[in-house]
Design a protein around this ligand. Structure first.
Ligand SMILES: NCc1[nH]cc(CCC(=O)O)c1CC(=O)O
Length: 323
């Protein structure tokens, strides 16, 4: 999809020399996110930026993501488009970037955009009388695809039944409102905010996903001008939090089916804190760790917390769940 392709003659940006091509998934959420990043790049550099939708196997495939080798299914085609210079910049939800597969060495996340809301919200069918989790009947059916949400819901309301639900945000809301399948679903608050969807949702008191609410902007290391431009979108505190969370995730060596939660933040006193949790599928067992460090020590903090979780038995919890 070409949102703006008016490459100025003589402009030397990007692979084609006529401006930057910014690639992302074709979902409405990915497009909104990419358009936001593209607008900021145009402002910063007075450069034409064309948004390009890239079809990924994760979007084409309707079944269980595990069948495609997990979350990486949303990245392979986009990485390839960057490496073959079909696009110059890519925008990803960091939450969807796997922690157990190394990124191609030729690429660099030159920016982590200032973090949006990290919370998970429970939504109810518009026509339903029930508009909060406490009012859900015992055994009510909740839709989500995230093992982390399933496990933590299990800790709050072990009676709820959880069924696998994925697809783009609007199709999930459509299925919810049709009122025939689910009593509630769980979504990221950030996805509703970015799509401009205003509807009641109950923020859940659960630990967020590693990388939640963060957009990662990828480009080729070999293009220093582009790296330098994208760098201007980088938010220092977000990068410090990401360093802690992602280092923890790498240290745990989980897979896409591992119920892992991780959340770093800069506290009021200026310290960086990191909380990590690993659960069994139903959340009945878990390990927890929290530690603080100076904000420039995010990686050490992540290493410490993953080590602490492993000492407390995280490996056994992770290995008990099939890939
Ligand atoms: N798993 C899908 C996904 N990956 C990133 C977001 C958007 C929010 C974010 O960047 O954290 C979503 C939608 C959702 O979970 O509802």
């Amino acid at each position: 999809m070409s949102v703006r392709g008016d490459g100025e003659p003589g402009s030397s940006w990007g692979a084609g020399g006529g401006g930057l091509r910014l690639g992302t998934r074709t979902s409405p959420l990915a497009m909104v996110q990419a358009n936001g990043v593209a607008a900021r790049l145009r402002e910063l550099a007075d450069v034409p930026v064309e948004v390009v939708g890239v079809q990924t196997s994760g979007d084409r495939h309707q079944g269980h993501l595990g069948e495609l080798g997990g979350k990486g299914a949303f990245m392979r085609e986009i990485d390839r488009a960057l490496l073959t210079r079909q696009i110059d910049v890519a925008v990803h939800c960091l939450k969807d970037v796997p922690g157990d597969v190394p990124r191609p060495g030729e690429l660099v996340f030159a920016a982590y955009v200032e973090r949006d809301d990290t919370s998970d919200v429970m939504l109810f069918p518009v026509a339903s009388d029930v508009q909060c989790m406490a009012d859900l009947a015992p055994g009510a059916l909740v839709g989500t695809s995230a093992v982390r949400r399933r496990a933590q819901l299990g800790r709050i309301r072990p009676d709820l039944r959880v069924e696998y639900l994925r697809g783009n945000v609007n199709s999930r809301l459509g299925r919810l409102d049709a009122g025939e399948e689910f009593d509630a679903i769980v979504l990221a608050r950030a996805s509703l905010d970015r799509l401009g969807i205003e509807r009641h949702g109950e923020s859940l008191d659960i630990v967020p996903a590693v990388g939640s609410g963060v957009l990662a902007v990828d480009c080729r290391r070999a293009d220093p001008d582009i790296v330098e431009l994208v760098r201007l979108l980088d938010d220092k505190e977000t990068r410090q939090c990401v360093a802690a969370e992602r280092t923890m995730l790498h240290g745990l060596q989980g897979h896409c089916n591992s119920p892992i939660a991780g959340h770093a933040r800069i506290e009021r006193g200026g310290q960086l804190s990191l909380r990590g949790m690993v659960f069994t599928r139903d959340g009945s067992q878990f390990v927890h760790s929290q530690e603080w460090a100076s904000p420039d020590k995010g990686e050490d903090l992540g290493t410490y917390v993953s080590g602490d979780l492993l000492r407390k038995g995280a490996r056994d919890l992770i290995d008990r769940i099939p890939h």
